[in-house]
Design a protein around this ligand. Structure first.
Ligand SMILES: [Zn+2]
Ligand SMILES: [Zn+2]
Length: 667
């Protein structure tokens, strides 16, 4: 018994508040427990954030909780604090923040099936952890990075900045071993569900320790089970994607955020638009544990934090063993014969590497057969009827598909306007696969993109065919740049780097540089020298040249200087208010009203509203209003006064809006 008579409960509603309830005398309620409560005419599951002996609400208006669903709290004090902090920082209704953190299987309880979470016995870190596999010996740089991590017993932020192949994972592993040995547990975040099995397998091979994995590929039931194993302290290692940052991990001793630059750590749509990387850093502070951000291409934010002394910069500048860094070169597409998107020097180099018995990786960030279907008679281009976009040709399925809204239609045989023949224009991965299969008939091609590898098992199968040598040429999208190791690939070709060179998004250059360096890192490991060819129509472009001559660090230094001069993040703080409606006028009207709700103080600027670059998507018109300040506290104070008023703007039911604090993409 706590003696408290009242509790404040987080309930999944758009209302920006906690709700007070009376604790019945027979009920033992603690913060972090789920409770069933009456809410309007319904009964819902809520989470107790705190208990109290007083309430501000007239007692006559209060209702009693129906019962508890847990015998022991699911969330600890620090977990609750983290979620309250997230609600304040992202200016999001607190009940919805809690709903983001709890797996669906724990939020919905059918009356009949309501069962108590009866673990009760938190598993003590009784248990000795056996190391199954001998750790590898470390280079000097790895050794000093490890020492820094192991020495940091309390809070401390680290950026483990290591080129691909420098052995970041081995540093993680040995840091994890040190935490496990002293009875702690570890939270490991990775960006992609596709990478989870790989990471899971490496940890299983190394440690004889219970591991929980949390990602969106699990069923609701399995996810809830894994989450509860973490919450009960049964798992000593918790590996998961973005939302795992909110999973309770008693005895937490270390947080690792692998590939910290990856955009998928930011929730960019839906309700709570949070950054799992930033939440991890905050969690480390609240729970007094070190946080390691690892990357071969750190985000400019993290590099800036390191330069400011907020993060300790640990560098692994060399590949492990005797592996040489890959040689990068530009291929000027204007100076060479180009056959279906492949230049003569690229085809020549591919032949050379294939004849030497190696594998070749071809990267193109565009799936489908061709991005455009064109009539050469009248110039008609197949449009999406619901978006400001063209339809992509998918030859194998005989369909035209919109990559923005998912709309599909049959591929027409003739132009619907003039009856002339129509032709696919440009290259996607499906077409490059076809071209390469014809060009190199003896070298089986494996394609990596969302069209062929929808299921995680399909990806595992494709990786297996590459490792066994049954596939010789790999063609794929972004999927190929992420963490997979292909030791026999000695040539990497970047087919079209130009798409993002002239983007209006201030982060486009950073993303392009990261993609090129990441994909280049796939070439030449385990002692085989690698070669990287980047095809471009603009080989004189400064971004490409600085990357080639000075590497990612040189690029990042230049890009940070540009951001500082232009007052862009991380030198300024931003929030984007986004609205969409069935008419462009509807979205604009809402944002104009939002703009006039509250005058910004000196030091806070409002920009816009402006229509999104791709304004019409899936039949809805998108626009945004930017809020900027050089100082985070100023921006936060303004948002705290402004955002709660937005709900009062009279708008049609069709209007939707969302606030994105620290937006990653400005569309
Ligand atoms: Zn036509
Ligand atoms: Zn569309």
């Amino acid at each position: 018994m706590t003696g408290a008579q009242y509790c404040q409960v987080a309930i999944d509603t758009p209302l920006r508040q906690l709700f007070d309830y009376i604790i019945p005398p027979a009920c033992d309620v603690h913060p972090g427990m789920r409770v069933r409560v009456p809410f309007g005419r319904r009964e819902v599951v809520g989470l107790v954030v705190r208990t109290a002996s007083v309430t501000d609400v007239p007692v006559a208006k209060l209702r009693e909780i129906v019962g508890t669903l847990d015998e022991t709290p699911l969330l600890g004090e620090a977990d609750l604090k983290l979620l309250e902090w997230a609600a304040n920082y992202y200016h999001h209704p607190i009940g919805q923040v809690f709903a983001t953190a709890l797996p669906k299987g724990l939020r919905v309880v059918r009356k009949r099936a309501a069962r108590k979470n009866g673990s009760a016995q938190p598993v003590a870190s009784r248990e000795p952890i056996t190391v199954r596999e001998m750790p590898y010996s470390l280079s000097n740089a790895q050794q000093s990075a490890l020492q820094a991590l192991v020495a940091a017993r309390g809070a401390g932020n680290f950026l483990l900045d290591g080129v691909t192949g420098s052995g970041k994972t081995e540093v993680y592993m040995q840091a994890v071993a040190a935490v496990l040995e002293r009875g702690g547990a570890v939270l490991v975040l990775c960006p992609e569900i596709g990478l989870t099995p790989q990471l899971l397998e490496r940890f299983q091979r190394r440690f004889d320790a219970p591991i929980a994995s949390l990602h969106s590929g699990l069923t609701d039931k399995a996810r809830a089970e894994q989450w509860q194993r973490a919450a009960r302290g049964e798992a000593r290692i918790v590996i998961g994607t973005r939302s795992a940052v909110f999973a309770p991990v008693p005895q937490l001793g270390l947080i690792i955020v692998d590939e910290e630059h990856d955009a998928s750590y930011k929730q960019q749509d839906g309700d709570l638009r949070y950054s799992a990387r930033d939440m991890a850093l905050l969690r480390g502070q609240l729970q007094d544990v070190p946080v390691v951000l690892g990357s071969a291409t750190p985000s400019l934010e993290s590099l800036h934090n390191a330069a400011q002394g907020r993060i300790t910069h640990l560098q692994l500048p060399e590949r492990a063993g005797s592996a040489e860094p890959p040689r990068l070169a530009l291929v000027d597409m204007r100076a060479h014969v180009v056959h279906k998107g492949l230049s003569a020097p690229v085809l020549h180099a591919m032949r050379r590497h294939l004849e030497a018995g190696s594998q070749v990786l071809v990267f193109l960030n565009r799936r489908g057969y061709a991005p455009t279907l064109l009539c050469q008679g009248c110039g008609w281009v197949a449009p999406c009827h619901d978006c400001d976009a063209r339809l992509t040709v998918h030859m194998k399925t005989g369909r035209l598909a919109c990559h923005h809204c998912g709309a599909e239609e049959a591929l027409p045989a003739r132009c619907p306007r003039c009856g002339h023949a129509v032709h696919p224009l440009g290259q996607g991965t499906e077409r490059v696969e076809e071209t390469l299969a014809a060009e190199f008939p003896d070298a089986p091609v494996e394609r990596f993109d969302r069209d062929v590898l929808r299921a995680p098992q399909a990806l595992a199968g494709a990786i297996e065919r590459v490792h066994s040598g049954n596939a010789r040429i790999l063609v794929g999208t972004q999927m190929l740049t992420k963490g997979h190791h292909f030791p026999d690939v000695t040539l990497v070709v970047v087919l079209n780097a130009d798409q993002s060179l002239f983007s209006t998004d201030f982060r486009a250059a950073e993303r392009l540089a990261q993609t090129i360096v990441q994909v280049a890192g796939r070439a030449g490991r385990a002692g085989k020298p690698g070669e990287v060819l980047i095809q471009s129509l603009y080989p004189e472009h400064p971004l490409l040249n600085i990357l080639l001559n000075e590497g990612y660090a040189g690029f990042a230094a230049g890009a940070l200087a540009e951001r500082a001069a232009a007052h862009w993040p991380p030198f300024a703080r931003m929030a984007a208010l986004r609205a969409s409606d069935v008419t462009a006028a509807g979205a604009a009207r809402f944002l104009h009203q939002a703009r006039t709700l509250l005058a910004p103080p000196a030091g806070v600027m409002l920009r816009g509203p402006v229509p999104a670059a791709l304004a019409r998507r899936a039949g809805r018109h998108h626009a945004q209003l930017l809020v900027e300040s050089a100082q985070r506290p100023l921006l936060q104070r303004f948002l705290a006064g402004w955002v709660p008023q937005l709900g009062g703007i009279a708008a049609p039911r069709s209007l939707r809006w969302a606030l994105d604090v620290d937006p990653l993409e400005l569309f």
